[in-house]
Design a protein around this ligand. Structure first.
Ligand SMILES: N[C@@H](CCC(=O)N[C@@H](CS)C(=O)NCC(=O)O)C(=O)O
Length: 113
């Protein structure tokens, strides 16, 4: 069981605002130009096959966001990819969608809503 709960950490950032801040939003470790984890690096490399137009938030720069968003989205790891504020998943799911050929649709049909 996760020992953290949302009252334990200060809410400097409104998570929903962060998630909503770009149609394609990646919560990752490091930045797209300098990923600091292999999983984040993989997702950035895959995304760049489709678009460079995505937002990101480096969870290593804000421990509060890092911990709270895991609870908020019920997803315990990073990266976390959101499209139109909906959590798509992490590295495994993005890699699978890419290999299946459905990531384009996931990224662009949803953003065209
Ligand atoms: N299976 C995961 C792998 C990602 C993962 O294991 N991330 C770890 C190490 S970078 C993580 O975020 N741990 C929680 C944390 O560091 O706060 C995926 O598909 O994204």
């Amino acid at each position: 069981m996760n020992s953290l709960n949302t009252q334990d950490v200060p809410e400097f950032y409104d998570l929903q605002l962060l998630i909503d801040s770009f149609p394609i939003m990646l919560f990752m470790k490091g930045s797209p130009d300098h990923p600091l984890c292999g999983f984040s690096k993989t997702v950035v490399e895959i995304l760049k096959n489709y678009t460079n137009d995505f937002g990101f938030f480096d969870v290593l720069r804000d421990e509060s966001v890092r911990q709270r968003i895991k609870l908020f989205s019920n997803w315990p790891t990073f990266p976390q990819l959101y499209v139109n504020s909906v959590l798509i998943g992490g590295c495994d799911i993005v890699t699978l969608l890419h290999k299946q050929g459905s990531l384009q649709e996931t990224l662009f049909l949803k953003t065209a809503l």
